[in-house]
Design a protein around this ligand. Structure first.
Ligand code: ADP
Ligand code: MG
Length: 206
């Protein structure tokens, strides 16, 4: 994936988030403060405004700029967390003109570690990490077995969806939803849901 393709994917992500804004906000209404869709739509709206000026940059710099914009324009927890993820992904692929599946996987791992550090969170706490970590593991094992980008993304997306379903079964121990404790059981995590949407868009472009 080169810069032109990456920018097209980020446009699609922004459109998807805008289209799902109400749904994501509704999910957050139930176990949080009802702003997840609004937060991400604002952030990706700002990202979109900058994309034209990034056409001549390498993919890593585009990703870093996306991350910095999310950190600086999204008020909720998800802005700094997603922002950190995009910045780490960008840093991991520095110097490359085009990104391969192994590049993406290495960056994905850095992104997960960055989010865990910034959020002081781990798997099993009903957050975006419950979609991200299984997705990365499934992508990696399918890639190693098949060397097929489409198959790797399909496996990652399937695992992310299972992760979203898993978040329904557990109580939140991080983020605002943790204030609800056991009462958060039965409801899917908004951040795990939005991450799955992002991965579906990227997967659709490979
Ligand atoms: P806020 O919680 O500040 O209102 P958002 O509603 O935009 O921010 O985002 C909520 C999402 O952020 C949650 O659904 C969860 O996936 C994610 N999240 C919150 N706290 C953490 C954390 N410490 N680590 C990882 N993800 C988190
Ligand atoms: Mg919220």
């Amino acid at each position: 994936m080169n810069t032109e393709q990456l920018i097209a994917v980020i446009h699609q992500i922004a459109e998807k988030i805008e289209a799902e804004k109400a749904f994501l906000t509704e999910l957050d209404n139930v176990i949080g403060d009802g702003d997840h869709g609004i937060n991400l739509a604002r952030g990706f709206g700002e990202v979109e405004k900058k994309l034209d000026s990034l056409k001549d940059k390498e993919p890593g710099d585009v990703l870093k700029s996306v991350g910095m914009t999310l950190v600086s324009t999204v008020g909720g927890a998800s802005g700094p967390l997603y922002g950190t993820g995009f910045m780490k992904l960008g840093g991991a692929v520095r110097g490359k003109d085009s990104l391969t599946v192994p590049d993406f996987l290495a960056g994905f791992q850095q992104a997960i570690e960055g989010i865990m550090q910034r959020g002081r969170s781990t798997k099993g706490e009903k957050t975006m990490l419950d979609a991200m970590i299984p997705a990365k593991e499934a992508m990696e094992s399918t890639w190693n077995a098949t060397q097929d980008p489409k198959a790797a993304f399909a496996a990652g997306i399937a695992a992310a969806k299972e992760g979203v379903a898993f978040t329904k079964t557990i109580a939140a121990t991080k983020g605002r939803a943790s204030y609800l404790g056991e009462r958060s059981i039965g409801h899917q995590d908004p951040g795990a849901t939005s991450f799955t949407m992002l991965l579906e868009i990227v997967g659709g472009a490979v």
